[in-house]
Design a protein around this ligand. Structure first.
Ligand code: NAP
Length: 282
């Protein structure tokens, strides 16, 4: 069994991006810029944003965090996004979710210029991805995709079962794997027999938010298991997959922590660099 090292894969991707940023700097005398908007005091969001800022700086991306108090008016956030859309030094804009209830998440996402939407949440990017066109791809599914491709170059005809149908994870993951000619099953909380669905899978991607949901006897021998879940339990952080049991059956599996998480941030940096490159050539 291969324990997939997400930290190493992310470090490799970041090293590659660092080189690319240096090359872009010497070509254009400018570096990619990432601006993150953070509203409120949500502790996990504060930590995520701090990590994003630190990682961006490590590869030479110019990063900026704009912080607003919880009660900020929606219009203030929308006006700031307009300003950032028009700022040539900003290649990527990310609004950290969740937002307070009085701010319309959809309006905020749709206010971001799709070419600066590094999260890939704008309907234009979602539509392009599902049409098989070039688009900004949501960071977590992109990270999962790269981890899978590191193990298996040719995914033609593989049966992938995705647990979870969120816009953030499950749906874009399905599009990425369809593009690779996988046969994709998307499952969710109303799926009748999840165990039976998983038992058919060559690849399982669990993005649910239920600790250790996927058990060893759900998994086909030699399947690839990607665990997106992050669940706080009394015994620490665990994924959606029962790692100890499933790792005895699977061909390869991501641990939690140290699997998908580090790739998510590296893919955000990747998307920022790609947005910069596209802006230079347009
Ligand atoms: P979400 O929006 O809450 O979606 C969860 C999905 O799981 C839904 O589609 C839900 O079905 C499905 N589901 C819930 N219970 C189920 C069950 N018992 N059987 C089958 N499906 C079930 O969650 P998300 O934002 O996609 O996040 C999922 C997990 O990934 C969370 O633990 C989150 O913390 C983690 N995450 C990790 C990263 C990372 O970088 N590693 C990034 C983002 C999220 P319905 O649609 O029917 O409700």
């Amino acid at each position: 069994m291969l324990k997939i090292d997400g930290k190493k894969a992310a470090a490799d991707l970041k090293a590659d991006l660092k080189k690319k940023v240096a090359e872009l700097k010497s070509t254009y005398n400018a570096v990619p810029g990432l601006t993150v908007i953070l509203v409120g005091e949500d502790t996990p969001s504060q930590i995520y944003v701090k990590n994003k800022e630190k990682s961006a700086n490590e590869v030479g991306i110019k990063s900026e965090v704009i912080r607003y108090p919880e009660k900020v008016e929606e219009k203030v956030v929308l006006d700031k996004i307009k300003e950032l859309n028009d700022n040539n030094e900003v290649s990527g804009i990310l609004v950290q979710l969740p937002l307070p209830k009085h701010i319309d998440k959809r309006k905020v996402i749709e206010a971001i210029n799709p070419s600066k939407d590094v999260d890939g949440f704008h309907p234009m990017n979602v539509g392009n991805l599902s049409s098989g066109y070039e688009s900004n791809i949501p960071c977590t599914p992109l990270g999962c995709y790269l981890l899978i491709k590191n193990i298996e170059k040719n995914l033609n005809g593989k049966h992938a079962v995705i647990i979870g149908r969120s816009n953030l994870n499950g749906k874009p993951m399905a599009q990425l794997l369809l593009k690779e000619n996988c046969t994709v099953t998307i499952t969710h909380s109303k799926t009748k027999d999840l165990k039976a669905e998983c038992a058919k899978a060559d690849i399982i991607i669990a993005a649910v938010g239920r600790p250790k949901l996927v058990k060893a006897d759900w998994v086909k021998k030699d399947a690839i298991i990607i665990d997106v879940g992050i669940n706080k339990t009394d015994s620490g952080l665990v994924g959606d997959v029962d790692f100890d049991g499933v790792s005895k059956v699977a061909k390869a599996i991501t641990p939690v922590p140290g699997g998908v998480g580090p790739m998510t941030i590296a893919c955000l940096l990747n998307n920022t660099v790609e947005c910069f490159k596209k802006a230079q050539s347009s």
